[in-house]
Design a protein around this ligand. Structure first.
Ligand code: NAG
Length: 489
């Protein structure tokens, strides 16, 4: 079975629209879908009053140049529009409270890039009685999954002065690729940004987008401490630095809506687009001493680093933990695992196929709960499973293995217990208790479909980490983005 955990949760980063002092609309703009979350202040704290998801139906294609492109921003524009209008105006949702769908936190990834031409990059039209914007003279979108900036080209680039490395799919790498392969292509454009920065610029009627520190960090050649581009290095290599957007703090407003847009009034504050991962973590409202664990298809454990923490001066590709800028100059240390619920799903799928080959049709829905029940009765085992079927980013060649196979420990209960333990031990090997303690962690907030469905996995988390674990904190990037602005001083 071929699985691509990197392609999971194909969402982008997240702008938010501030409607008033007590109500914010978060918009999670992704390549495949756009989600919104409307959050309002109530006497019991913030409440998610509406959420909505729309597919972009954006066509992904391999353009002649060979870059992985998406026919955007038209598709995104339509989805943003539909998702925003799918949420009724605030006056109608009084008294209603809709809990957002539980969502998997996507692995940290790099936002997509689009180029903006000279001029405003869109046209506002009155469609019926409603103003709406249509993209004009904007390039296609090159997604973060683009793989064409080869290691040969990357090796020719000057090393960035940043703790984060540059890889294919990063905004700066994409521009280098064009410089090398199709230099005329860049000429007509005067600005570049992520698709989410574009949406914000259009809502605000800005000619040039403003980019948050979150997104700039994942474009490459950006120093997250000084919060500035590595302009000297880029200029030395002839990089068109005039394309790079102005960078703003993660809580800053990028501007104000330039027109009434559906039920959103003219002059509503619009936050700069934020990192999707940071917003997902923020959405479960962690205290500064909470680590946030999500085990869905893949798994992530993030730890807020104490104020004053500075990342190393150069990237370390062998480190299992990456540091991303979070809020108020703090960093999140993140172990982003490629092996999570997908490993359990593979195991269950293999069992079902073996049974089918033996002529027994048993549905997974029936035997999965039985398998978990069996493992619950098996508190311990000497069987040791290293579960890294999909490799990990820092050790892609280390695949799964089973050791300590004794004749008396071959039951399904032993294997299931060992598999769940192996998954949590793999997590612990990347971000161990000691590092959590050093960062001042006193509690783990846990969520994700794999944990919800699997008590054995929950037991193993509680065994391996000596902190209280609180379950059921929802993660939702659109809601997180809205909360960021709602909690703005
Ligand atoms: C980023 O900038 C800060 C402040 O100017 C500097 O101290 C630090 O060394 C820079 N980081 C890197 C990786 O060069």
């Amino acid at each position: 079975m071929q699985m691509s955990p990197r392609a999971e949760g194909e969402t982008g980063s997240t702008p938010a629209v501030l409607l008033g002092p007590s109500c914010v609309l978060g918009i999670d703009v992704g390549t495949t879908s756009v989600k919104t979350g409307l959050v309002s202040k109530t006497e019991h704290g913030p409440a998610v009053t509406q959420s909505c998801t729309k597919e972009t139906r954006a066509q992904v294609e391999n353009a002649p140049a060979g870059l992985l492109q998406v026919r955007l921003p038209a598709g995104v524009r339509v989805a943003v529009e539909l998702a925003a209008t799918g949420v009724p105006p605030p006056c109608r949702w009084r008294g209603q409270c809709q809990v957002p769908e539980r969502r998997v936190t996507p692995p940290p990834r790099h936002p997509d890039s689009a180029l903006q031409p000279h001029g405003p990059g869109c046209q506002w039209t009155e469609r019926g009685t409603r103003p709406t914007f249509e993209p004009a003279e904007v390039s296609h979108l090159i997604t973060w999954q683009d793989g064409h900036c080869s290691s040969d080209l990357l090796a020719l680039l000057l090393p960035p002065r940043s703790h984060l490395s540059v890889a294919t799919g990063f905004g700066c790498a994409t521009i280098y690729w064009y410089m090398e392969n199709s230099p005329g292509f860049l000429k007509p454009y005067n600005a570049a940004g992520t698709i989410q920065d574009y949406v914000v610029a259009m809502l605000c009627g800005q000619v040039r987008p403003r980019m948050s520190v979150h997104n700039a960090a994942s474009w490459g050649y950006f120093n997250t401490t000084s919060k500035s581009w590595n302009a000297d290095i880029l200029e030395e290599s002839g990089f068109p630095t005039h394309l790079l957007p102005e960078v703003v703090e993660p809580r800053e407003l990028a501007g104000e809506t330039c027109r009434r847009w559906h039920w959103i009034p003219e002059g509503a504050g619009v936050g700069a687009a934020l990192g999707n991962f940071q917003c997902s973590v923020y959405s479960c409202m962690p205290e500064s001493t909470d680590a946030v664990l999500n085990i869905g298809t893949s798994a992530q454990l993030s730890v807020p680093m104490p104020l004053g923490f500075e990342p190393s001066d150069s990237p370390d590709p062998l480190s299992p933990v990456a540091c991303f800028p979070y809020f108020t100059s703090r960093y999140l240390a993140v172990a982003a695992l490629l092996n999570g619920g997908n490993v359990l799903a593979t195991f269950v799928g293999v069992l079902a196929r073996w049974m089918a080959e033996l002529g027994l049709e048993v549905s997974e829905a029936v035997f999965y709960p039985r398998m978990i029940r069996a493992a619950l009765s098996q508190a311990d085992t000497n069987l040791a499973i290293c579960p890294t079927l999909f490799g990990e980013r820092h050790t892609p060649e280390r695949l799964a293995s089973v050791t300590g196979i004794g004749a008396s420990e071959l039951s399904l209960s032993h294997v299931t217990r060992a598999l769940c333990r192996g998954l949590v031990q793999n997590l612990h090997s990347m971000l161990a208790t000691g590092r959590l303690e050093e960062a001042g962690v006193t509690r783990i907030l846990a969520s994700g479909s794999a944990l919800t469905r699997n008590e054995v996995l929950r037991q193993e988390v509680e065994k391996v980490y000596p902190f209280p674990v609180v379950y059921g904190k929802d993660v939702d990037a659109a809601v997180g983005a809205a909360l960021v602005l709602l909690n703005r001083k």
